[in-house]
Write a new protein. Structure first.
Length: 154
């Protein structure tokens, strides 16, 4: 999975925060407006969204002359994939997992135990009941821790 640059991450944050998974998405103008503090040109936001679509990070659908964009996967799925990719960087996956497990908070460890227990018993992924117990990130984002893209059919 490709890591995101700062502007790509800001655009994805807008999509993750303002577009529910069942939504038809939002337009370039709506994304640009949500990035109000950055003073970006419309064409810059359009280019970023086009590149994110090319990377498979967003899905888009034509609506009249405009495109509507939405995230291809949830923020949590993206983060989980980044973690898996980091484990593939080399060395011992087991050692990296142990080090990670020793660095999480007690609450995070409980969530991991419950998720692993649910997976071992075949009761599913654990869902919101598990993630509701983890602290939400701070307002500044710093913490300790569907549809076919018809543009490619040109």
């Amino acid at each position: 999975m490709t890591r995101l640059g700062d502007l790509e991450r800001a655009v994805m944050d807008v999509l993750w925060d303002s577009v529910p998974g069942t939504s038809d998405g939002i337009t370039v103008r709506e994304v640009a407006d949500a990035l109000d503090g950055r003073e970006l040109a419309y064409t810059t936001v359009m280019t970023v969204l086009d590149r994110l679509a090319g990377k498979g990070m967003v899905q888009r659908e034509r609506e009249g002359r405009a495109w509507r964009y939405r995230a291809a996967a949830s923020r949590e799925a993206h983060i989980a994939q980044l973690m898996l990719d980091a484990l593939d960087l080399g060395g011992s996956r087991d050692a990296a997992l142990v080090r990670f497990a020793r660095s999480v908070t007690g609450t995070e460890a409980e969530v991991l135990r419950a998720a692993l227990g649910a997976e071992a018993h075949g009761t599913g992924s654990g869902g919101a009941a598990l993630t509701d117990r983890v602290e939400a990130p701070s307002a500044d984002g710093i913490g300790r821790r569907g549809r076919v893209d018809k543009a490619t059919d040109r």
